[in-house]
Structures are given as C-alpha cells and as structure tokens.
Design a protein around this ligand. Structure first.
Ligand SMILES: [Zn+2]
Length: 204
C-alpha cells in the first residue's frame, strides 16, 4: 500500500503506474490522478492541440479536393448527357447568347489577340517557315514570343518596321538554322536598315 501524493488516498501498488525512477518502481501519483493530470496537460497544451487540428484540416482538404474532383467528372458527364438529350434547345440557347453578345465576344477576341500578339506572330512565322522546311521549334516558347514582342516595340518606337531575323537562315545553303531563341534577333527590315542607321547615329 502507498499513499498517493495527489489525492492522499492509501492505495495498493497496482493502483499506480510503473515508473523506473521511483524507489518502489511505481509512480508517486495513483493511476486516476495521473490520468486526470494528463488530461489537463493536454487541454492546456494548446499549441499541440492546434497542430493536430491543422493536420486534420489539411487531411480533410485533400479529401475534399478529391471529392470535388470526382464530382467534377460526374457533373461533366451529366451536362454532356443533358446536351445530347436537348441538343436543339442548347444550340438555340448558344445561338441566342452569341447573337446577343456579338460585340462582347468580338471584343474579347480582340483583347486576347492584343495580349498575346507575340504568340500569334511567332506561330504565323512558324507556319510560313514550315511551308519551306520542317522547322523544329526547339526553343523556349515564352522567350521566343518575347523576341517578337520586342520587334513590335521597336517598330513602334522608331516608326520603321523591324523584323525577327534568323541569324542562321532556316534554309541556308550549307547549314539550316533553328527556330530557337538563340538563333533569333530583332533587326530593322532590310529596306530600312539605312534609315535605321541614320536614326541611331542622329544623321538627317
Ligand atoms: Zn491519487
């Protein structure tokens, strides 16, 4: 028998948890008191509790994402089924929307073109080039689009047309150049080279 230091009750040794440090190999608090103290400790140790909650939320977030993802497929399948069943109605609605929003759609297309001019000119040049030779696009598309943007910038700045030039021609006599950012430079269009030189040297 041993008196618990917490509740002061005299209890048998098996009412105490084992503890190597104790003189009798048992803790100084009875099992009840120890359990109670642990509970209180957990309650007070908020940081740990919060961390656990955070972990739980994170786990749930992933689960929710997965759930929403599954639903997405379901929803898509449903609307496709709906469209097939009501094709005429859907098409009429779409025509109605397009008719009512002709200007809006046109404006949107224009804006999209304006914001992505570099891409458009790059792809149209690429198409031209491909007619002449199979040209691999082996560069960084974003960097190449920027080079075309630069060309337009300079055209605006100097008031004469600038071109994107392939340093090694795409179809040279001895060697073929690549459509890569390392093989591209912005120069004034040939017929304007003299004009450009006058411009930058300040001659009239
Ligand atoms: Zn006790």
């Amino acid at each position: 028998m041993k008196i618990c230091t917490k509740c002061g009750v005299n209890k048998s040794l098996d009412e105490y948890f084992n503890q190597a440090k104790g003189a009798d190999g048992k803790g100084s608090e009875c099992k009840n008191c120890h359990t109670e103290r642990t509970k209180v400790w957990r309650k007070n140790n908020k940081t740990k509790e919060l961390e656990k909650q955070k972990e739980y939320r994170l786990l749930n977030k992933e689960k929710k994402k997965e759930y929403d993802g599954n639903r997405k497929e379901e929803r898509r399948a449903y609307s496709l089924k709906y469209f097939r069943k009501n094709r005429e109605l859907c098409n009429a609605r779409s025509r109605g929307y397009k008719g009512k929003n002709r200007e809006k759609i046109k404006e949107y297309g224009k804006q999209y073109y304006h914001e992505n001019k570099g891409y458009f000119s790059m792809y149209s040049r690429l198409k031209d080039a491909r007619k002449r030779i199979a040209t691999p696009l082996n560069g960084d598309i974003k960097v190449i689009a920027k080079i075309y943007d630069k060309s337009r910038e300079l055209t605006k700045k100097y008031g004469i047309p600038f071109h994107v030039d392939h340093i090694v021609p795409l179809k040279g006599k001895t060697v073929c150049g690549f459509h890569s950012e390392h093989n591209l430079r912005v120069i004034p269009a040939k017929e304007n080279l003299r004009k450009y030189n006058k411009l930058i040297t300040g001659e009239a």
